[in-house]
Design a protein around this ligand. Structure first.
Ligand code: F6R
Length: 603
């Protein structure tokens, strides 16, 4: 997620812009830039990499300008580079903009502007904004902003400056945050409150479809029709760190709560009625494929297991999901007729990259699913598909995983289309996929009592067992991993039917068993397996569907009625919460579990 700062003041703007960008570093970024404006012109400095690189490239310069805009970019369109980083400037170098969000209709706008004689210098969707402002500017910047935002589809928070008004910043928002602040010397704005807190604690959180005009002596707010709006000032009394966590105590909790939004961002433009829109995969001839491999590590490997399950249900081509660290030593047949699909949040995991190298050496078509544009994995694959989870700061993956699940469901549907395979009950599946952001919201809004009970039961235990069959097995693997890594409770995941072949010897009075029975095909059998553990004194929490008979169970959590192949989303959100609450009760640092790194760049 990009970060924006802007200042229209009576003292130099640069110190505010830079400290604000630093406070927004938690949002993640790969390049940064600022534009300062005066009557003499614009001064723009950009740098790929960290803010320190930007600061170093400005050292020794004189920066007396009192108006300016700043930006940290988290790439979504176009790889991280100086050209793609913001601010973007028009050809006469009189207008500059910074943008956060995605302009969905940037292609037709770009074509229109190119026909009108404009030249583009970056691969970004954002650059259309500055040329549109130039196109509409006739001496009134507010009018140019109003006309421009009317044509932008998607989400945006943007700031613009113009040399004709060197004391003014124009800002507008729709579906992307922007906050305003005022001091005696300046009017300020930023993507998030932490950037303002060192200057003021009185802020205005802009509403959707509003434009603000910032001058040193005040801020004016308008709606997109140009009607003045009365700003609503709020007093903020929390500290910077708390503000970065968006009011939550930990990044993990914040990221869990971001799931409804990032799920919808990931699905945006991908599904339409029963169809999947994924032109990136059109180069594949699925009939040529003798085998398909999903390859990943850790939580991302669980996402691969999910994809493998769907693939085997729908497409009659052998399909295997293999941990990346095993893949290169596993003597798997590889060649131009084996499709390799790599899944990695960071796109930098060493094991996954090593597996990709093997696959490429053998001439296998390689597709990656990653959360980071321009990551090594994305760059080295034949096609890259992106989850839109935004930066994930907590070490334990939450929102990155659920966005992988929904994107993989769409990918496997697309592979089925390419193969010409029939997907039973497709309409319901696709409709329910589109509902997943709402379902996630419901799961987060009302945490079932059973989860808190389960967390309480786990608090003083040394171990726990997660059981399930078929797709539920994927969820129990992920639930057990989450519990292990953040609460340090030993957790095992078993196929429910395997329990009686050995592990049941470990079940005794009070053993915590988290049992999933969301798959109608096998739920009754799973229930019998669970009863076997109860007969030995297990403390069972059952997670199941709306219509499953759960007589005799004390702690039953029912997930919303969704296509069984999508039950994995609400179940995962519940199990994330269970691990989170258990870890908190045990006083663990959920954001930074011991011995773990966010990006594992060693094999
Ligand atoms: C667990 C977790 C890890 C990662 C794994 C792969 O919560 O986050 O298991 O999933 O290290 O990382 P990426 O997806 O970056 O390749």
């Amino acid at each position: 997620m990009c970060g924006i700062t802007a200042c229209a003041g009576s003292t130099p703007a640069l110190p505010f812009l830079m400290q604000g960008l630093e406070k927004l570093e938690y949002r993640g970024y790969d390049s940064a830039g600022v534009t300062l404006v005066s009557g003499q012109g614009l001064t723009t400095v950009k740098a790929k990499g960290r803010l320190a690189t930007l600061a170093a490239s400005m050292e020794g310069g004189r920066w007396p300008q009192t108006t300016g805009i700043g930006h940290t970019r988290w790439a979504t369109h176009g790889v991280p580079s100086n050209l793609n980083s913001h601010p973007h400037v028009n050809e006469t170098e009189t207008i500059a903009i910074v943008h956060n969000g995605i302009i969905e209709n940037h292609r037709p706008i770009r074509e229109f502007l190119e026909d009108a004689g404009y030249h583009f210098h970056s691969e970004t969707d954002s650059e259309v904004i500055v040329h549109m402002l130039d196109y509409y500017y006739r001496g009134d910047m507010l009018e140019a902003v109003r006309k421009t935002v009317r044509y932008l589809d998607g989400s945006f928070a943007l700031c613009a400056v113009c040399t004709d008004f060197p004391d003014t910043v124009y800002t507008a928002r729709k579906d992307s945050p922007m906050v305003l602040g005022q001091t005696e010397q300046a009017s300020l704005c930023a993507s998030d409150i932490p950037a303002l807190l060192a200057y003021t604690r009185d802020i205005v959180a802009m509403e959707d479809r509003q434009i603000a005009v910032l001058k040193p002596d005040g801020i004016r707010l308008y709606d997109f029709d140009g009607k003045p709006v009365q700003p609503v000032w709020l007093h903020v009394d929390y500290d910077v760190q708390a503000a970065q966590k968006g009011g939550f105590d930990t990044f993990m909790e914040k990221e869990m709560h971001e799931q409804p939004y990032v799920l919808s961002e990931t699905l945006r433009g991908r599904i339409f009625q029963e169809d999947v829109n994924m032109p990136e995969l059109d180069f594949l001839d699925m009939h040529d494929m003798k085998a398909v491999y999903f390859i990943a590590c850790g939580t991302a490997w669980h996402a691969g297991l999910y994809a493998q399950y769907l693939f085997r249900k729908w497409i009659p081509v052998p399909c295997f999901c293999i941990p990346a660290s095993e893949f290169r030593y596993g003597d798997y047949p590889l060649g131009p007729d084996t499709l390799c699909l790599f899944i990695s949040q960071s796109g930098e995991t060493a094991d996954t990259l090593a597996a990709l190298k093997e696959a490429k050496k053998a001439g296998a078509p390689c597709v990656s699913v990653t959360n980071v544009l321009g990551s090594s994995l994305a760059r080295q694959s034949d096609a890259a598909l992106y989850t839109c989870a935004g930066p994930e700061i907590a070490v334990a993956s939450t929102k990155a995983y659920t966005t992988q699940l929904v994107l993989l469901a769409a990918i496997v549907l697309k592979l089925a289309d390419l193969y010409g395979a029939l997907v039973p009950d497709r309409r319901r599946l696709v409709q329910d996929l589109a509902r997943m952001p709402r379902v996630a919201q419901d799961m987060l809004e009302a945490v079932p009592d059973g989860i808190s009970h389960g967390a309480e039961a786990l608090k003083d235990r040394h171990d726990a067992y997660f059981i399930g069959r078929q797709l539920d097995y994927v969820s129990v693997l992920e639930g057990a991993l989450k519990l292990k890594e953040i609460s340090y409770i030993h957790a095992d995941a078993y196929y429910a039917g395997e329990l009686k072949h050995g592990p049941i010897a470990l079940i005794e009075e009070g053993t915590v068993v988290i049992a999933l029975a969301t798959q109608p095909e096998v739920a009754a059998k799973t229930i019998s397996n669970i009863q076997e553990t109860m007969a030995r004194g297990a403390d069972v929490t059952l997670i199941t569907g709306q219509s499953q008979n759960a007589e005799g169970f004390q702690d039953v959590i029912r997930i919303p009625d969704v296509h069984p192949y999508l039950a994995v989303i609400p179940v995962t959100i519940l199990l994330q919460r269970l691990a989170f609450e258990a870890a908190e009760k045990r006083g663990c640092d959920v954001d930074k579990p011991r011995n773990l790194a966010k990006s594992v760049t060693v094999e």
